[in-house]
Design a protein around this ligand. Structure first.
Ligand code: COA
Length: 146
């Protein structure tokens, strides 16, 4: 993959990033508006990484660091570019950058219907933890996720 570069997400990438996530079976949510992703970029500019092939967005990983723990979201590689080590490259890069800013532990969540990807992360040294994941949307009635 000599021509594929990794670079920071930029606001102009919004439509391409959303299209990539749809193509990869990831479901963009209400935090993935253009403004939402700019807010994300302002917090962790170097951890929101895209893979670019000839100007096209063909991979992504969205890292976060809250000062205590790191999080990985939106790891995706376009179906056309899978099996070439690109996810490994994105994961190596985001974890290297996390270590560089003092992050000692990184977490991620897998949707139940995507449980098959667990084997990928185990290969990278991630272990499953039987936690109960709870969530709440702020500023709207309970149960409303639109
Ligand atoms: C999971 C995903 C990112 C892997 O991308 P990729 O670029 O094809 O992965 P790589 O080429 O870097 O794979 C590296 C290694 O992991 C292995 N691997 C890839 N996907 C795997 C999976 N689902 N389960 C187990 N191993 C997997 C590859 O076989 C390869 O192993 P090898 O080096 O021994 O040959 C990609 O399939 C994808 O975008 N899936 C849909 C989105 C998704 O599920 N994201 C995770 C959300 S939690």
């Amino acid at each position: 993959m000599p021509d594929i570069i990794l670079r920071r997400y930029a606001p102009a990438d919004h439509a391409a990033a959303i299209a990539l996530w749809h193509a990869c079976g990831l479901h963009p949510g209400q935090s993935d508006t253009p403004e939402g992703l700019v807010r994300k970029l302002e917090r962790d500019p170097d951890l929101f990484i895209l893979a670019i092939d000839n100007g096209a967005v063909i991979g992504s990983v969205m890292g976060s660091y809250d000062g205590r723990r790191g999080w990985i979201n939106r790891l995706a590689v376009a179906p056309t570019h899978r099996g070439q080590g690109l996810a490994d490259r994105l994961m190596d890069e985001v974890q290297r950058r996390m270590v560089a800013i003092g992050c000692v532990k990184v977490n991620l969540l897998i949707e139940p219907e995507n449980a098959g990807v667990q084997a990928y992360y185990e290969r990278l040294g991630f272990g499953a933890d039987p936690l109960i994941f709870m969530e709440k949307w702020l500023g709207q009635p309970a149960g409303d996720t639109q």
